[in-house]
Design a protein around this ligand. Structure first.
Ligand code: SAM
Length: 272
């Protein structure tokens, strides 16, 4: 979909875009193709698209995948999409964050989306910690968020988002999408990031819930020692023994600990 076509659809339907819904539409054909390519689609794939907007990415997904489920919150766009794609896709008028909180089984699905910025991180966390996660996630986000997802321990970007997504996903890289590729142009550049579900989960579902508790509490006050923070919910002697066993200083702050160390700490804190 070219920019001129986008503008004429918006004008024809007298559509004023809503900033709070992150309505910056991607019109650059080259970038749209790069996103679809990163998804490695085939006709046996089921694809979830969150926020189809006017449908520039939806067109490509429909061409390349077997099934497309698209969730759009804006009723005006939902109606336009209904006209445009009729019964080729399953189209829902819903808040995607509420939807993914309720639908927890994404076995056999891929998420491919240019996500609305305001809900991008919570949607990704919900899907990454679902009962069964999508096998591949290819999403466009603010570049700062992409850097947080891909960061390493002991860097400024490293934190809760890195760990909650990293538990079940490995990053396969990202590419920058300049703000000029969107209409209207947002204030910041974006990035398309590819995440692939780990072949074997690092933790069982029960331990995954514990991991989330440990990580959230450890990062609840970034400048504080994590031992002090965790002591509020775990017995001091168990915590001290586990950290000693892993060779982790009791003075350490959460941002210094790698994903693997958080995983091992979770196992030890769950030991009988
Ligand atoms: N995919 C289109 C594109 O690439 O041009 C539009 C992307 S635009 C960044 C985000 C889209 O998400 C908008 O169409 C917006 O209305 C929709 N949206 C915003 N919040 C949403 C939510 N909570 N659930 C579903 N869709 C949402």
């Amino acid at each position: 979909m070219k920019l001129t076509e986008m503008k004429s659809i918006l004008a024809e339907h007298k559509l004023m875009l809503t900033k709070s819904l992150g309505q910056n539409f991607l019109h650059d054909a080259n970038q749209l193709h790069r996103i679809a390519e990163a998804a490695e689609l085939s006709k046996s794939d089921k694809v979830l698209e969150i926020g189809p907007g006017l449908g520039p990415l939806t067109e490509l997904l429909l061409e390349q995948a077997g099934q497309v489920l698209a969730i759009e919150k804006d009723e005006r766009l939902f109606k336009l999409l209904q006209l445009r794609f009729s019964d080729c896709i399953t189209l829902l008028h819903d808040d995607a964050l509420a939807y993914v909180k309720q639908h927890r089984d994404w076995a056999g699905w891929k998420l491919v989306s240019n996500l609305p910025y305001s809900v991008a991180s919570p949607i990704l966390v919900e899907l990454a910690l679902a009962t069964t996660q999508p096998e591949r996630i290819v999403v466009t986000l603010q570049i700062e968020v992409a850097l947080r997802i891909c960061s390493e321990a002991d860097s400024d970007d490293y934190g809760l988002l890195t760990l909650l997504l990293g538990l079940n996903y490995e990053s396969r890289g990202w590419f920058k999408i300049p703000s000029s590729c969107f209409f209207p142009s947002p204030d910041v550049d974006s990035a398309c990031i590819t995440l692939v579900r780990r072949p074997e989960p690092l933790l069982s579902p029960e331990l995954q819930a514990k991991f989330v508790r440990i990580v959230k509490l450890s990062f609840s006050q970034r400048r504080k020692m994590m031992h002090k923070l965790l002591k509020s919910q775990w017995p001091d002697d168990q915590l001290t023994e586990a950290m000693n066993k892993l060779g982790i200083s009791l003075q350490i702050r959460a941002e210094k600990l790698s994903l693997e160390q958080f995983v091992e700490l979770t196992k030890l804190l769950n030991a009988p």
